[in-house]
Design a protein around this ligand. Structure first.
Ligand SMILES: Cc1cc2nc3c(=O)[nH]c(=O)nc-3n(C[C@H](O)[C@H](O)[C@H](O)COP(=O)(O)OP(=O)(O)OC[C@H]3O[C@@H](n4cnc5c(N)ncnc54)[C@H](O)[C@@H]3O)c2cc1C
Length: 230
């Protein structure tokens, strides 16, 4: 399942573990019970677990995604460090990330917004509405971006190492990562990033993720979003 996001990005679900019955059956192990098909009883139990923050059963459902996003979006995404593995003492236990390397592969795609937003007056980190001079904003943006990309390509032609040439690229450069995370962790991401104070571009990814989760774990996701008004 693949959702297109922004001008050249996407989120693709490449694998998953578990289904809507997984958390209720994980919870039922306490009294050695098991459900074969999702009934009203399972719906009630799911809701109870979600509402009362019994979250560990929701760490048995996992999703593996390939994400293509601009670097300035991924920098925010990287702050979500809790992945699938939470029990060992291995130093990388919380990380389920792998990323394309600009040391091996030259970068080709760059994000270009369709419109340019105004700085918000009451929220120092947010945007609000559009700036008046869209034409000038576009010109300045493209001028800076094109110079950077064209010099990068010229430096590669000169034979410069990719690892060094890439250091002049703008944060609009598209990167590609594999991200594996538990249902709980993905819901935490959606709660924080499909939210008005979050950056608009990452909101777009959170909304796409929300659709994927609704299609992948329809019962669990629906109840979760209802309980937390998302
Ligand atoms: C609108 C917005 C603005 C932001 N601005 C900034 C900013 O200016 N600078 C900046 O650096 N970051 C910023 N962030 C990132 C933010 O601080 C979090 O790092 C990010 O949202 C990841 O959230 P998380 O820690 O819940 O996710 P995860 O790392 O996936 O953690 C998931 C959950 O696990 C639990 N958990 C994780 N680690 C621990 C731990 N060590 N101890 C106990 N419990 C733990 C918590 O319950 C946590 O919610 C911003 C985020 C948002 C949404």
């Amino acid at each position: 399942m693949k959702k297109i996001v922004l001008d050249k990005g996407f989120i693709e679900l490449v694998d998953k573990l578990g289904d809507d019955l997984t958390p209720v059956n994980a919870a039922r192990v306490s009294f050695d019970g098991f459900s074969e098909s999702f009934s009203d009883k399972d719906k009630k139990l799911s809701k109870y677990l979600i509402k009362h923050k019994h979250f560990s059963p929701f760490r048995h459902q996992h999703c593996m995604f390939i994400i293509k996003a601009p670097e300035f979006v991924m920098r925010q995404w990287y702050k979500h460090v809790v992945g699938i593995e939470t029990t060992s003492t291995h130093p990388t236990k919380d990380h389920a990330w792998n990323e394309i390397s600009g040391r091996y592969v030259p970068y080709e795609d760059f994000y270009e917004p369709s419109d340019f937003r105004k700085q918000s007056n009451d929220n120092k980190q947010a945007s609000e509405g559009l700036i008046d001079d869209q034409k000038m904003a576009k010109r300045l943006w493209q001028e800076a971006q094109n110079t950077s990309i064209s010099n990068y390509e010229k430096m590669l032609d000169l034979g410069m190492a990719k690892e060094q040439a890439r250091s002049i690229l703008p944060l609009t450069v598209y990167t590609k990562v594999w991200w594996t995370a538990s249902f709980q962790s993905i819901m935490n991401f959606i709660e924080l990033r499909d939210e008005a104070t979050s950056q608009i571009e990452i909101q777009e990814y959170a909304k796409a993720l929300k659709e994927i989760m609704m299609e992948t774990f329809p019962e669990t996701s629906k109840i979760w979003f209802e309980v937390y008004n998302q």
